[in-house]
Structure formats: C-alpha cells, structure tokens
Design a protein around this ligand. Structure first.
Ligand code: LLP
Length: 453
C-alpha cells in the first residue's frame, strides 16, 4: 500500500517520514498518540485559518456589497476557538445559552454574535436581548411575541431576522436537511402567517427588523437546492419591498459539505461562494433591488478537514470471516456520526505507511456497549496488531461537539497543531468530572440500613 493510495493525499499538512510514520505539520502522529490512553482529537490551525480566509476572499471577490461570516459554533467550540475566530474577524452563530456563555468568557464582541434555536428559553432570549447582539434569528411567531414582551419591559430595541423555510428538496441525510417542508425549523415560505409575522416585526417600535434567514441543511455538495431557495426567497423579498418592508440583510445559512472518503466530491469554498453570489446578484438585478448585506454561517467547511482523530487498535477478533474486527480505544462516544447518520470515513495506520506487507479487510469498531458502535464498516488496511495507531481523517466537525460520556468514557483532549508544534486546546476530561455533580443523599450513606425501617 503506497501512501498515495490513501485519502490523506487530498488533505493538507500530512506527509510520511523516514520511519514510514504519518506526520501532520512535521509532527509524528505515532508519537502524538502516545500522549493519551484515550483517543485524541487533533486540529490543524493553519487549515482552519485558511478556510476562513477562503470564505472572506471569495465573498470580497464575488459579492460587491457588504458581507459577514458567522462561524456556526455548534460544529466545534471552546475558548481557544473563540479567540482564533476573533483574530480572524469572524462572527459567531450560537444556538444556546451554553454557547453564548463560552463566547462571553472570551469577551467575544456581542455585535458579532447571532442567536439561533427553534425553542429558545426566556432566559436565552433575555440574555441575547441584554447583550444587544447582531440579531436574534426568530424561529416562530410565539418567539417573536416573547421577544416583543421582553424588549418592551426593558425598553430595548432588539435586532431580529426571521428564519424562513424555503421548502425545497435538499440532497443530504434526512436528519440534517432543514429546508424541507417537514423541518421543525423556521416558518414556511408559503404559509400566510409568515407574512404577518414579518409585518409585526417590521412595525414594532421595540424591534429592529433586519432581514431574512434561511438554512437548507448540512453536508450539501449539490447546489441545485441553493439556486431554488435563492430564487424563492428573493422573490419573497421583492414582495416585501413592494409593501415598503425593507430587508437590509440576507443570511443564507451554512451547509457546504466536506469530502470524507476518496469517493466524495470536493467542492471548493471559492466555487461554492462564487455560484451562490452569482445567483443572488442575478436575482436581485432581475427584481431591480439593491443588494443586501450578505451573511453566511459556515461550520463544517471551515473545520472538518482540519481535524483527525488518533486511536489505538486493540486485539483483533474473528477468524471465520473475511472481515475482521479491529477495535479501537474510542468509538461512538467520541464520534457519533457513523451511528447517527451512517457517515463514512477514511483512515490509515500511522505506523505502517508505505506498507508492502500483507493487508486485511477490517470493520473498525468502538468500545461502547452497542452493536451499532462501528466507526468504519469496511476498510482495507495493513495487517493490524494491538497498539497500532489508527488515524481517522476529516474529524474536525461535529465530533467533539457530539461526544458523550456514554459508558462513562471520558472525553478525549483536543490538540492544536501549528508549525511543527502542538498545544492543548482542551485537556482530556479527568475521571473526577464524572462524579463532579453527583450528590449522595444522607439516607443512602449508611451501609447496613434496612430499607423497611
Ligand atoms: N446555520 C444553522 C442555522 C445550522 O443549523 C447549521 C448546522 C449551520 C449553520 C452550519 O452548518 P454546516 O456549515 O456545518 O453544514 N451533526 C450533523 C450536522 C448538524 C448540522 C446542524 N446545523 C453532522 O454531524 O452531520
């Protein structure tokens, strides 16, 4: 197996050293894996920065009016990431009080934050209103009523945008398609109450109605749905304009997919933004409207390809089947995506690159007590032995974010790699965390207490 057979040839920063070990930014991944007994998430800082800059560059090339990037923090968020985003002059899309809390710990500028969510709590709304953020993305009529009441009681003027569901077919996994009719998010474009909702926001003295948001879904690589949605939304904006309702900003959500395996097509950030901007400019021109501020909320396309996960192989199992089980020291507790969305991944054995020995087909399984805890259904790898380091590629997005303590596995640490050096971005979770919030009521403490007493 020559190293160029591997998918990693398409990713940035990987190479093979003289020991035939896989390296990332010159760091030997076999050595890095020894830093922990748990899996390790590794992020390449340069790739994150490059992707953000690619968005900025493409927007300034293809969009002649003002544009703003709001990183979708649900994809991966911690303190260091907030600082990095701020250095890159990027805004933040949060969808919970927890995400806002993390941003606040870094003094992330409130005017660069937007707040999402289909069921925002009173406390979340109050916090967003008090912080006077760029805009709350309103999901439904009751939420707008709540915002109105809170704003009036505080004598505040709250910035809002309305999330409209454009109702188009979206080519992605059903669990992550949001622009379809069945979606729980936003208000449908063809529902008459959507119009009344916008009118109410526009007329209220306690609301600054900034514009319209739509988000089609995630892991999208086919852009037909975008052009359909853009046409529908902009013709809606034209109707609003004709009734003197001004839409100053248009937020087109996130969604650009990442290639995870050799079979996946890659779509460049530049190509994606070019096509979207051309579509938007054309429709605005056709409708004789002035271009709005354009907002975009990318997540996966910024950070997925910057990440990989290092696992160690355990004891190989199975002799009666063509495909052997190769268990790793992690699983669905650190990468839920294969179990949840049947997501596929590529991997390599970091200590067996340029391998010319025997190969074998494996099913890479985790150590959680679930039959569905399979990270890769079938992959051909150099014949594996316990202790081999398995690198799974493109794990920067929605892995750490979806990780859990199932089976009381502690959460892996996150290493940030840059210029041949690494730093911890999040430490591995200590076992003490697992009982940190447990309380033992007094009556449970006595050892020989007869329950019938
Ligand atoms: N904006 C909104 C309103 C969103 O709901 C999302 C993602 C994004 C932006 C960012 O989308 P992206 O650029 O990352 O595709 N856990 C799933 C993905 C869930 C997406 C949730 N919303 C997965 O691992 O595939």
């Amino acid at each position: 197996m020559k190293s160029h057979d591997h998918f990693f040839g398409r990713l940035e920063g990987f190479a093979v050293n003289e020991k035939n070990h896989l390296t990332l930014n010159s760091l030997d991944l076999v050595q890095l894996a020894q830093l922990s007994d748990r899996p390790l998430y590794v992020l390449n800082e340069l790739v994150i920065r490059k992707n953000i800059r690619a968005y900025r560059q493409a927007l300034s090339t293809y969009y002649p009016a003002e544009s703003h990037i709001f990183y979708a923090s649900k994809v991966f968020l911690n303190l260091g990431m907030c600082y990095l985003l701020n250095q890159e002059h990027t805004g933040l899309d949060v969808c919970s009080e927890g995400e806002l809390f993390i941003a606040n710990q870094t003094d992330f500028p409130h005017e660069k934050i937007i707040f999402h969510g289909n069921n925002k709590s009173q406390s979340e709304l109050e916090k967003a209103i008090d912080a006077n953020i760029f805009a709350i993305m309103v999901d439904n009529a009751c939420e707008l009523e709540d915002i109105l009441k809170i704003s009036e009681s505080k004598n505040a003027i709250t910035n809002v945008m309305i999330r409209i569901n454009p109702v188009v077919e979206v080519d992605t996994h059903a669990y992550i398609a949001t622009g379809v009719r069945e979606s729980k998010f936003g208000v449908p474009i063809d529902d008459p109450s959507t119009w009344s909702l916008i009118e109410l926001a526009f007329k209220s003295p306690f609301i600054h109605f900034k514009g319209i948001h739509f988000h089609l879904g995630s892991q999208i690589t086919e852009l037909t749905a975008y052009s359909q949605a853009i046409k529908k939304i902009i013709s809606y904006i034209k109707r609003l304009h004709d009734k003197c309702i001004h839409v100053e900003a248009l937020n087109i959500g996130g969604g650009l997919g990442a290639p995870y395996t050799i079979a996946d097509q890659s779509l460049s950030i530049d190509g994606f933004i070019k096509e979207l901007c051309q579509g938007i400019c054309e429709e605005y021109q056709l409708n004789n409207l002035e271009l709005p501020k354009l907002m975009i909320e990318p997540g996966r396309s910024i950070i997925a390809s910057a990440g990989c996960t290092l696992y160690k192989i355990g004891h190989i199992k199975g002799d009666r089947s063509e495909i052997l089980y190769a268990p790793v020291n992690g699983g669905m507790s650190d990468n839920l995506r294969p179990s949840l969305y049947q997501a596929e991944y590529s991997a390599a054995i970091a200590n067996k690159m340029n391998w010319d020995g025997p190969t074998q087909k494996y099913k890479i399984v985790g150590k959680c007590c679930e039959t569905g805890d399979v990270l890769i259904q079938k992959i051909t790898l150099p014949q594996c032995s316990p202790g081999d380091v398995l690198v799974m590629f493109v794990t920067g997005a929605y892995q750490h974010a979806l990780a859990s303590n199932y089976n009381k596995h502690t959460l892996p640490g996150v290493l940030l790699v840059r210029d041949g050096a690494y730093e911890w971005l999040t430490k591995e979770q200590p076992y003490s965390d697992l009982i940190q919030h447990d309380l033992v009521p007094l009556h449970l403490r006595g050892r020989d207490k007869n329950l019938n007493d």
